[in-house]
Design a protein. Structure first.
Lengths: 502, 318
């Protein structure tokens, strides 16, 4: 077949149906409905199958994107799934929540000219992930058991990615989760309409199928410490992926009023505790009718769209910069606008006003204008003098970022940085030998896929530390010669159990 | 919570307790209830098997309990722990929907769906020579391990506990075993002295001029009264705050309290704080957050119980 060129491929992206904004704003069903087989195959045709694919480099977990797409074109879906899951065990999750426009799709040559849209890699990944769930495909890894035991703290994306890689390398892996259900931010944070719980369950089962054990209701640090895991409980290595955690507030007057809460609390009540179904479920929500969300990141978008679906009449976004600086994904912002969220750019709250019963009644705000660029290169907002006004609201939600969770800092000797995040080197090793950390607890709040990338990098670090040969590349000691080896056994490898004399 | 200034010290005293030896020891769900004791028509005790938690638990810490897969996450202070038996003890007051349901359904031999902890920074058992440990209402049980810890640290311990009347008194023998002086206060004077726990504190302070510290656990209104009683004497008074919580791991910020004009999270920075610096108005206001929903849930629950019980009872009559 002649090589595909930018002219010969289908020019337009295959259509993906979405729920109508007016309908979806009142239900928790998924917004984006996903490709059907025909659309997926059409979209595959748009891939140029570059010899040096930029998309693989652009992917934080380096998925062989042209590799799985070529197999899809041959209708070898199972083969495509196996290629995909060499790099990620959560394709149905990543296909939904990754910011592909900044990663694989952002560097796709098809979109580079600016006239065409890049290959919809995320949607293809999602289609394949969903198909695998429907068909019950499992990644069949040949796992040779080793004597190493690895403990993982936190069952979010970082912990699960790390667990999957280590389980595939033959380690006995246990994940400890403080909440009563596994999944971390995928469970408590990302709402049902963006990532259905059934998808999270299916992906977690795929991790369990690798032999990973998940212990919920276990608060590491307090039930036992990181040091105890290594010294007394017999773990050879530990990975910490606890997430950033603690919500920030602004220290404004009136923050103690009832009706003021963090986006984390709103989302946890709604997603993990199913407060939307109160009183069938015991956890209440107490959402008002006029909700103001402070901040404009992805968490703010989720909080606003959840509020709308839980029956708020009006949902408003208060952000001190402009739409241009808004840190949310374009797609999320676009969806939120379509659903009727009201955006108030260049607006900053200065006080929360309450009624006689201690409930929120309004937000006192000021108008802002953009001044000189700050350290982040963004123009910093400054207050317009005399612009104060009151904004009516009965619920105020803070979505202005998080601070590191303090529990492990309180209970271990792990070295933290100035801001309280865990310090780690390039291999994600911490100040304690054998303890690795990655994801939001190291970098501060980021994305699911970056956390997964960190989890995989830490798994590599742990494999090196334990002297397990690299299970993700084909090992060829002959190529390296027999020098520095003992009867052909690589001395760097301390794990000899898989060798048998015949 | 960028700063962790005063929290860091707490980690050190954690290390002297052994970790679970086998991972199998750590249960992830279905926590066995070994015994249940009813103290009154609202207060009951549950002793739950959890060897790892019994080893790790320290005075002042709490757990989160989940009754079933529809249940809410309910924070309860650890009332006692027995490292040898491998159990933790919780004392529950059946006042809301979830606690009433616990009272109705949990039995010795049964299990709890969810139990996680120990949570929070352990109480700092200071080198105080003479302390008053005050417990009222739900706080009577959790003040006991504190009193015991002070006693073990060599302090002269004065216990002050409050009940509505004589019939509600429990654990007086346990308290007497660890207290050098023990004062029971009842509303009607049917046991001990008549009056609130503040009466007991005032009496104790009249007899002892050298009290170094007061620890008070109970309803916010009681803790506030205790704090106001000791304020003129400038005696350090620690209180254990009980705001509304969801996850209990520092993630949701629902339990934020104002201490010395700063926001602190009771679940990871507390639950113990210097009572003289706590904004109790803020705490009490925020505890009313879900009053309407709590009442609604309780009414529905009672209505359901009544309805489901009726046919059963008529059957019994026949």
């Amino acid at each position: 077949m002649a090589r595909k060129t930018i002219r010969s491929i289908p020019q337009l992206r295959a259509p993906m149906p979405v729920q109508e904004p007016v309908v979806r704003a009142r239900n928790f069903d998924e917004v984006a409905l996903g490709f059907d087989t025909q659309a997926a195959l059409l979209e595959c045709e748009r891939c140029l199958v570059c010899p040096q694919p930029a998309c693989v480099e652009g992917c934080p977990v380096n998925i062989d994107i042209p590799g799985f797409i070529t197999r899809m074109i041959r209708h070898d879906y199972r083969g495509a799934y196996d290629v995909l899951t060499d790099s990620t065990l959560l394709p149905a999750v990543c296909g939904r929540v990754c910011p592909q426009e900044d990663q694989c799709e952002g560097v796709c040559p098809v979109g580079a000219g600016g006239t065409l849209e890049p290959v919809a890699i995320g949607r293809l990944e999602r289609w394949l992930g969903d198909r695998a769930i429907a068909e019950g495909w499992r990644k069949q890894s040949h796992i040779e058991r080793r004597q190493f035991r690895v403990g993982i703290v936190g069952s979010g994306p970082a912990g699960m990615a790390c667990a999957a890689d280590l389980a595939k390398a033959g380690c006995k892996v246990t994940i400890f989760e403080a909440l009563h259900e596994p999944g971390g931010v995928l469970r408590y944070g990302i709402p049902e309409f963006r990532l259905p719980n059934s998808v999270v369950d299916a992906e977690i089962n795929a991790i369990r199928a690798l032999g990973v054990e998940i212990k919920c209701n276990t608060l590491v640090g307090r039930l036992f410490t990181i040091e105890q895991m290594l010294n007394e409980m017999g773990y050879d290595a530990v990975f910490i992926g606890t997430g950033a955690g603690s919500p920030r507030f602004m220290d404004l007057p009136g923050e103690g009023l009832n009706g003021v809460l963090s986006a984390n609390e709103l989302l946890t009540r709604c997603n993990l505790m199913r407060a939307g179904q109160f009183p069938t479920y015991d956890t209440p929500l107490g959402l008002g009718k006029r909700v103001a969300v402070i901040g404009a990141g992805n968490t703010a978008m989720d909080a606003m769209r959840v509020s709308l679906r839980l029956g708020a009449d009006e949902v408003h976004c208060i952000y001190r910069r402009t739409e241009h600086e808004c840190p949310a994904r374009r797609e999320e912002l676009h969806h939120a606008e379509e659903e009727g969220i009201h955006f108030h750019w260049l607006t900053n709250p200065v006080e929360i006003l309450g009624d006689a019963n201690g409930n929120v009644r309004a937000l006192r705000c000021v108008r802002m204008e953009l001044g000189a660029p700050d350290d982040s290169g963004r123009r910093s907002p400054v207050v317009v003098p005399g612009s104060e006004f009151d904004f009516e609201a009965d619920t105020v939600v803070y979505a202005i970022g998080t601070s590191p969770n303090p529990i492990l800092g309180q209970t271990s000797k792990l070295k933290l940085d100035k801001r309280g995040y865990i310090q780690s080197d390039a291999s994600l090793a911490t100040s304690l030998a054998g303890v690795y950390a990655g994801g939001d607890i190291v970098t501060g709040a980021a994305t699911v896929i970056l956390a997964m990338g960190a989890g995989r990098r830490a798994a590599q670090g742990i494999k090196d530390y334990l002297g397990i040969r690299d299970s993700s590349v084909v090992y060829a000691p002959e190529a390296a010669g027999l020098e520095g080896s003992l009867f052909g056994i690589d001395l760097a490898e301390r794990n000899f159990t898989h060798l048998r004399l015949i | 919570m960028a700063d962790q200034d005063d929290a860091g010290a707490a980690g050190a005293d954690h290390a002297d307790h052994a970790a679970p030896h086998f991972i199998e020891e750590i249960r992830a769900t279905g926590f066995p209830i070994l015994t249940r004791t009813d103290f009154s028509d609202v207060t009951f005790l549950l002793e739950i098997e959890h060897p790892a938690m019994a080893r790790a638990a320290q005075p002042g810490q709490f757990v989160i309990v989940i009754l079933d897969d529809h249940g809410e996450r309910l924070p309860l202070t650890i009332a006692d722990f027995d490292r040898a038996r491998g159990t933790v003890t919780l004392v529950v007051q059946a006042v809301g929907k979830s606690t009433r349901q616990m009272q109705a359904t949990l039995r010795a031999g049964g299990t709890l769906y969810g139990l996680v902890g120990p949570m929070g920074v352990p109480s700092h058992v200071s080198g105080a020579k003479k302390v008053i440990c005050v417990g009222g209402g739900l706080g009577v049980a959790p003040i006991y391990p504190q009193a015991r810890a002070f006693k073990e640290a060599g302090a002269y311990v004065i216990g002050v506990v409050g009940f509505r009347n004589k019939d509600l008194v429990f654990w007086d023998d346990k308290f007497r075993a660890v207290c050098d002086e023990f004062i029971i206060c009842t509303d009607d004077g049917s046991a001990g002295i008549r009056g609130l726990v503040t009466q007991g504190i005032t009496e104790a302070l009249a007899r002892h001029v050298d009290v170094d510290e007061v620890v008070a656990i109970g309803p916010p209104i009681m803790m506030r009264s205790c704090v106001e009683t000791t304020r003129p004497f400038k005696i350090k008074t620690m209180v254990s705050l009980n705001p509304i919580m969801v996850d209990g791991t520092g993630m949701c910020g629902g339990c934020r309290v104002k201490v010395a004009d700063r926001i602190r999270f009771a679940c990871v920075d507390g639950p113990d704080f210097d009572g003289h610096k706590v904004d109790f108005d803020d705490l009490m206001l925020r505890l009313r957050r879900y009053k309407a929903q709590e009442k609604d849930a309780l009414d529905r629950y009672d209505e359901n119980c009544r309805r489901t019980r009726l046919p059963h009872e008529t059957l019994g009559v026949r």
